[in-house]
Design a protein around this ligand. Sequence first.
Ligand SMILES: [Zn+2]
Length: 425
Amino acid sequence: MIWRELTTGIYPWDIHDEGIEKILDNLQEYAGNNAAYMLALMHHEKRPLHANYYPHNPVRKRYLAEDSRVYFTIHPEMYKNSRIKPLPTEREFLKDTDWLAVFIKALRKRGMKTGAEISHTPLDSERGRKEFGDCIQRDVYGNPPPYDRFTYQQLCWNSPDAREYVYSLARDLAAHYDLDMIQTCSFLYNPGRLDLHPFLGVSLGGCFCDNCKREAEAQGIDFEAMRSAIKKWADLLTGHELENIEDRLMLRQGNSTSAMFLLEDPLLYQWLRFRCGTVTRYLKGLSEAIHSVNKKIDFRFNTCWQEQELIGQNLREIAPYVDSIRMMDYSEQTGSDEIVSRKGLWLANVRRQAGEGKTIIGGIAPRAKASPELIRKGIRIVALGGADGLSYGFYDGAKFENLKAIREAMEECEIILSGSKEEKT
Ligand SMILES: [Zn+2]
């Protein structure tokens, strides 16, 4: 089996702390990477994620990333049509260096493929709360919907300003950097309170902002009718203070399947379809923005959440507009054999929706509670499921024995990387 790539994400502070040559030595020697990508715009997050401390960072035990900053040289002329401008890092040890340029130069010297990612939240919460509050998602009551830490950072993709901002970022990257791939994992629509009800909880998600109203009405949708239908479900979920989830489900909705609710309420279906249409249009526009600058760049959509219909994602509609799909399946980090065993289900969903011809880059996680055994198992499932490559999350939190397990597992599965000397012989 030939895979087109083995890649992983690298953070600018990893490059500062470990040195790019050391990092690439480790990627090539232990795991056998032929590609890597850098987080060109990173959201607010503690690194390493899911573990207390870095396993091999020689400078620090952990790092708290700033909120939605960029780590490349901003070219202001690329944002002249964008109301939202990107913010550069303000950390002393990171500012004044073009980390993406450093990264790409080192990879090219070794003949490796390069990529850049625009991560979950392109906009910081401070500006999302204030000057760009009109670009942020609203729930059916007009409030920004919660989603652990991402409140006030969830852009609504019906906002022309939100779309143009990400398109400008992508064009800036495509125009000024020697990139093979640009990946995004934009936070899509807020899924609401699935803890209150596994399906109807979506009624407490986004979005009912003014941009949504304008767009829905332009499409001939009766937005107010749709809003009051969704509000009815939302009120049912929030109107009573019942401690016990079983009581809540029984008193409010019974145990119907989601299909029954959709048959019962065509406006609920219309709203879910409306959100999916918006997301597809956003990603189509992002693809066009990148390819208007450089046709050869692989535009990769990172699918992050399995409950895709509840975040406005329909891969069957999106697939024609993206060059490849990465799966953020990090089951191995749970340490659970049972969870890893189920990896093939998600992959089967993506393959069915994306079609046989679409490039799918599978995911594994060599970090946190992952072990060499679970990594071998995960890679076997990804290979059997017909993936075209592998992207692991992430180097910063991976023990070296886990990186070695990636290479061993690929050898066991007789996977050859395209462009490697094994392929040529
Ligand atoms: Zn909206």
